[in-house]
Structures are given as structure tokens and as C-alpha cells.
Design a protein around this ligand. Structure first.
Ligand SMILES: Cc1ncc(COP(=O)(O)O)c(C=O)c1O
Length: 200
């Protein structure tokens, strides 16, 4: 595909978008009387219209069975991670023994850093985007302290250039190159946190 920076090209891509029919499956917040352009996918996404029914199923089963819902609810809670495996595989393109749904994001982040952050000798620093989601930042600070190190000296923040809001790939690469002998871990989301959260 040849990208063109024009309105006509954007409209053409919208028209042929195979995911287009999914738009009507979501509630879209209105701003100044118009549907907002909702780009926030990494924090709280839009509410699917089907979600209320599914949440109510669990509320009803909780009321009906109490703790026995773990075994007798329509979706037995004890096995909830198995229930998510197939859709998660489809979503991320993985095999079923490669994914598991568990915990919340920050707990998982800490678990991953316990495994992958192994500061040794000069290689002690963690690279993270500046103005990252606060709990991501706190988790990074906590992991550094856990190893008896000072977060002030061991976090390298990636910042956009003056007057810009997104990180440039070449700047990320330059930072990694510059600090390669001190970096123990790079923690980067697929979406830049700050611009990924604007609601216009
Ligand atoms: C980038 C990022 N990190 C961390 C969190 C916190 O997630 P949780 O409450 O599941 O730990 C969020 C939630 O929106 C997020 O968007």
C-alpha cells in the first residue's frame, strides 16, 4: 500500500476498512454534540454495547450462587483464564499454550520485570518513555529499589523533541546506542502513552 497524506485517501481507506462494521458495536462519547474521535485504546477503550448483558450475567450468578459461582455460574469463575484463551489467541495471533489472562496490567508488569530485569555490573538502567502511565513508572521505580539501586540514577526517559508530542524512532535508537553499556531493560508500550490518550 502506498500511503498518501490526503483526506481523499483517508476516506477511501475508511470505505474499504474490513473492521468498519464494528464501529456500531460501541458507544461513542459525544463532545460538543458530535461523536468524538476516540483514539484512546491503551487505557480505557469504548464500551461495547454487548458488555452490559455479559456483566449482568455474572452479577446474577453471583447473587444466585455466591461462592458456588466458582463452579456453577454459567461461566464458572474458577476456570476464567481458560475462557479467555481462544479469543486472546485470535487477538494477538498466538498459540493457546503461549497466552494466559491473569491479574491486572501492573501486577503483570511487575512479574515480567522480576523475570527480565537483572541489573548486573554497569548494566543497571531501565529505559521508559517520559510521562509514562504513572503506575508503570512506579513499578519501574519499585523494581530498581528492590535491587538496592536508586531510581534517580537508573531510569532513562525517552522524550519527544521540543514542540513535538510523539517519540521519533531514530531518537529511541540513538538513546539505546548511547547508553547500550548501562541498559538492563527497555520497557516500551506499542502506543506512546500520552498522545494515545487524547480525546478530541
Ligand atoms: C499504559 C497503562 N499502564 C498501566 C495501567 C494500569 O492498569 P492496571 O490498573 O490494570 O494495573 C493502564 C490502565 O489504563 C495503562 O493504560
Amino acid at each position: 500500500m502506498q500511503f498518501e497524506n490526503t483526506l481523499a485517501f483517508a476516506k477511501k481507506m475508511d470505505k474499504n476498512d474490513p473492521l468498519k462494521p464494528f464501529r456500531k458495536e460501541f458507544y461513542i462519547p459525544r463532545v460538543n454534540g458530535k461523536d468524538s474521535i476516540y483514539l484512546c485504546g491503551n487505557s480505557l477503550g469504548l464500551q461495547p454495547k454487548s458488555v452490559e448483558k455479559h456483566v449482568m450475567t455474572e452479577i446474577e450468578d453471583w447473587r444466585k450462587y455466591g461462592v458456588e459461582g466458582h463452579l456453577h455460574a454459567r461461566n464458572p469463575w474458577l476456570y476464567y483464564h481458560h475462557l479467555f484463551t481462544k479469543p486472546l489467541c485470535d487477538l494477538v495471533g498466538a498459540k493457546k499454550d503461549e497466552v494466559v489472562c491473569m491479574n491486572n496490567l501492573t501486577v503483570n508488569l511487575n512479574l515480567m520485570m522480576v523475570t527480565f530485569y537483572r541489573p548486573k555490573d554497569k548494566q543497571t538502567k531501565i529505559v521508559i518513555e517520559g510521562s509514562a502511565f504513572p503506575s508503570d513508572y512506579y513499578a519501574v521505580e519499585q523494581q530498581i529499589r528492590f535491587h538496592g539501586l536508586d531510581p534517580k540514577e537508573n531510569i532513562i526517559e525517552l522524550l519527544p523533541r521540543k514542540g513535538e508530542v510523539t517519540l521519533r524512532t531514530e531518537d529511541i535508537v540513538a538513546t539505546l546506542e548511547k547508553h547500550k553499556d548501562e541498559i538492563a531493560l527497555v520497557l516500551l508500550g506499542a502506543v506512546n502513552f500520552t498522545p494515545g490518550n487524547s480525546l478530541t
